[in-house]
Write a protein that binds this ligand. Structure first.
Ligand code: AMP
Length: 387
């Protein structure tokens, strides 16, 4: 009988899950519920079989989660589920470490929904359904904010009256599980340089940067919410807050209208008027697609520069996530803004998406490392259970 770890990763549009074996941390079973809220469609694949289930489910979160658990159970007959790990986007000030979930923890996490309205409600609904199904199995929350709690007081502070910081309005930062995964793997690629001055660019539909020293977060581009920092798929990133005041006061925007503009209608999608999908923009001949791509790269470079004082220079730049791992054009465009620092990309290596893409004479090493938020949760869960 093997012990298994279930990892849930719920987003606003999909619920991904993986089942890992505790002894070797290999994946036994993997699947996803696409269009998780509106028209859930489940697929599963196992170590031995390719996609072997594809079915539509009733659009109700608890029923979707129970069906997923039922299918996992069927496929894992004779094995024991030792722990269920849940990705939670916001842990606030309270949760700096993976946390065993109970009713009180759930209540505290619900209070953070306004800080991450796109993800937190789905994360918590999945946890609740999973706890109803398995109240005898430990369920642990892994937070996207925890990795950044190594930031200094100054790095966390917004220049507002200090009482706001005392009340929890600080730079929490996000994508922490992705950064934790990269920080755990970077020594394998960059050896001793991994411990020096590093910036990781997580460029996916959500996008952010993390500056690290000694593999710990020193500063990050996302803030109190996941709206800050880089231009993203549908979010604008950092903009003049006066624009919001103007839209509300002068143009009659409602708060819901502003929220929709900032979370759903801006970024690559808003500027291009075409799509938030970088693949579609790279293929398009529309001049607005080109503007969106150029702005994405320019803003990423601007924010990379803004993190440099916090680590006093740069030895290693890492690209990860959907765009960072797969788009050589975007990587070379962003890197071109740093030729004055002696950063050189080897075009051939870059086009091949190899792990090291900097030229041999580059003063800064550049890597492409695929991220894996679920794997780091499984590793951590295995450690937790075996202690
Ligand atoms: P993520 O949020 O990490 O899943 O990344 C999603 C983004 O990555 C979308 O903009 C996709 O268009 C982009 N992406 C994913 N795969 C590729 C690929 N093979 N080539 C170009 N862009 C990609």
């Amino acid at each position: 009988m093997q012990s298994l770890i279930i990892v849930f990763n719920a987003g606003s549009s999909s619920l991904k899950f993986s089942v890992y074996r505790m002894d070797d941390l290999k994946i036994n079973l993997q699947g996803e519920v696409e269009n998780f809220v509106t028209k859930p469609n489940l697929w599963l694949k196992s170590e031995s079989k390719k996609k072997y289930i594809e079915k539509n489910l009733f659009p109700e979160t608890s029923k979707v989660v129970w069906t997923v658990l039922e299918e996992i159970n069927k496929a894992s007959k004779g094995h024991k589920i030792a722990v269920i790990a849940h990705r939670v986007v916001h842990g606030g000030k309270l949760y700096k470490q993976p946390t065993l979930i109970n009713a009180e923890v759930l209540d505290n996490l619900r209070e953070l929904i306004p800080l991450a309205p796109l993800h937190q409600p789905y994360n918590l609904d999945v946890i609740e359904a999973s706890m109803e199904a398995y109240n005898n199995i430990p369920q642990v929350a892994y937070f996207d904010t925890s990795f950044h709690r190594s930031q200094s007081y100054l790095a966390e502070l917004f220049p507002l009256p200090l009482k706001y910081a005392n009340e929890g309005i600080i730079r929490y930062g996000f994508h922490g599980l992705s950064y934790q995964y990269i920080s755990s793997k970077l020594p394998h690629y960059a050896e001793e340089k991994a411990h020096k001055r590093v910036i990781v660019a997580h460029l996916g539909n959500g996008a952010s940067l993390c500056a690290m020293k000694n593999l710990k977060s020193v500063s990050t581009s996302m803030g109190f919410t996941a709206l800050d920092g880089l231009m993203m798929g549908t979010r604008p990133g950092n903009i003049d807050p006066g624009i919001i005041l103007y839209l509300v006061n002068e143009r009659g925007y409602s708060i819901e209208g502003v929220q929709d503009l900032l979370y759903e209608k801006s970024g690559l999608k808003g500027v291009s008027g075409i799509s938030n999908d970088m693949r579609a923009l790279l293929k398009s001949n529309d001049p607005n697609a080109e503007i969106a791509i150029e702005l994405f790269c320019y803003i990423a470079a601007k924010h990379i520069s803004s993190l440099l004082p916090s680590i006093q220079g740069l030895d290693v730049l890492v690209f990860t996530a959907g765009i960072g791992e797969n788009c050589p054009q975007i990587r070379s465009h962003i890197c071109s803004y740093f030729s004055w620092l002696g950063l050189r990309v080897d075009d051939k290596l870059n086009r091949k998406n190899t792990s090291k893409i900097s030229a041999h004479n580059s003063k800064i090493e550049v890597y492409v490392i695929p991220t894996n938020e679920e794997a780091i949760m499984a590793e951590e869960a295995a450690k937790l259970i075996s202690h």
